[in-house]
Design a protein around this ligand. Structure first.
Ligand code: MG
Length: 384
């Protein structure tokens, strides 16, 4: 009995997808798509080794969900696959792209059934449309659409991927070296998820659960004479600012930690280390923008944020509205989804002695309702 490993390629940036959330992080009930697919494949066959290729920024987040082996993606599909193969010693490997989210059990079993030493097995579909090539109709009977996942002989694939040539799949690498390529019947369900419009063509997808995730953040900074003061992205009239490696926007730092907390992405120090010269004097609005993009990319939508600024000085109330609209604009949510509260410390402690400011923040996230895109597009059409 030959041994088979599984590689799940889930490191893509979903640049053509057109949504803030990446394909791999579209929630299916209470699990991201990559995990749903991984578990389905593992239920079909007992693989010798399972490797998930992840985006560097998402690696530790993915590791929270599963105990399989995760590795960092390369600059291309081929480089990612080459990195994964270094860890594989089984006879065969099945490589599944996250874009083939609805691959069926029958296809996987058919691939395994046709496994051949030094060969590659690939699902293929015939074309039913009339086809033209170079302006002329051609015999569609001779055409095949090749799908993934494909099953390949590991030693041969390792050798083939050492070459400098770039292949779009394993079958074309095997074909280029005159190795066996065996075609099995593919399925329509294995339609490739590339654009958001493809979502409705994938029958196995399930809507995300109604789930609220909550995060909390706190930050404290002391005052520094002669520095401009910025709080919640707004310039405050003051003869002193905050002592910090960045611009010292203590409100945005607390909010960033709340967002990272709700999305299980760690904390601000892990993302933007204060000993990293890149972030010296950094504009915290830009850091917040980066964090909002990251949080959305891994499957969340920002629902509500609440900040409490504890300051004896400066007086916050004249700036509240501007803070609210500044943060709402960066996070791309309505102003009603941002609440700013201010309080003094009744002259107690370091805040009361006017030595610094503390900010507490909470953030509430929901799983991104990708299943409602169609409806929101319809509404926009009607309003026109
Ligand atoms: Mg800070």
């Amino acid at each position: 009995m030959s041994s088979i490993s599984l590689v799940l390629l889930a490191a893509g940036d979903s640049t053509r997808f057109g949504l803030a959330t990446k394909k791999q992080w579209l929630y299916q009930e209470d699990k991201p798509l990559w995990l749903t697919l991984l578990e389905r494949l593992q239920n079909i066959y007992s693989f010798e080794k399972v490797i998930v290729v992840a985006n560097t920024q998402e690696l530790s987040l993915m590791q929270r969900f599963s105990s399989v082996t995760f590795i960092q993606g390369g600059n291309s599909r081929q480089e990612s696959l080459r990195n994964a193969l270094e860890k594989i010693e089984s006879d065969f490997v099945i490589v599944n792209d996250i874009a083939r989210a609805c691959v069926s059990e029958e296809v996987i079993l058919r691939l395994i059934e046709h496994a051949k030493p030094s060969g590659c097995v690939a699902p293929a579909l015939k074309l039913s449309d009339t086809c033209y090539f170079d302006g002329k109709p051609i015999d569609r009977e001779k055409l095949l659409r090749i799908q993934t996942p494909q099953l390949s002989c590991v030693t041969t694939l390792k050798e083939l991927l050492e070459s400098a040539a770039e292949f779009t799949d394993e079958s074309s690498a095997f074909y280029s070296a005159n190795k066996d390529v065996i075609f099995i019947e593919g399925t329509q369900e294995a339609h490739k998820l590339t654009y958001k419009e493809d979502l409705k063509l994938l029958p196995c997808l399930k809507a995300p659960a109604n789930m609220a995730k909550n995060g909390f953040g706190i930050d404290i900074h002391s005052f520094e004479e002669g520095k401009p003061m910025v709080l919640a992205g707004v310039a405050i009239e003051s003869s002193f600012g905050f002592k910090a490696h960045s611009d010292g926007d203590v409100a945005i730092h607390a909010l960033i930690d709340a967002l990272l907390g709700a999305s299980s992405l760690g904390d601000i120090g892990e993302l933007f280390p204060d000993n990293d010269p890149t972030f010296k004097g950094a504009d915290s609005k830009e850091l917040l923008q980066k964090v909002a993009t990251l949080v959305k990319s891994v499957g969340y939508q920002i629902v509500h944020c609440d900040l409490t600024i504890v300051a004896q000085t400066p007086k916050i109330s004249p700036y509240k509205k501007q803070m609210q609209s500044t943060l709402a604009e960066i996070l791309e949510i309505g102003v009603s989804a941002i609440n700013i509260k201010a309080t003094t410390a009744e002259k107690l402690g370091f805040i009361g002695r006017e030595e610094g400011v503390a900010v507490y923040a909470t953030a509430t996230l929901n799983y991104y309702r990708w299943d409602r895109i169609e409806k929101s597009l319809e509404k926009k059409e009607k309003r026109r």
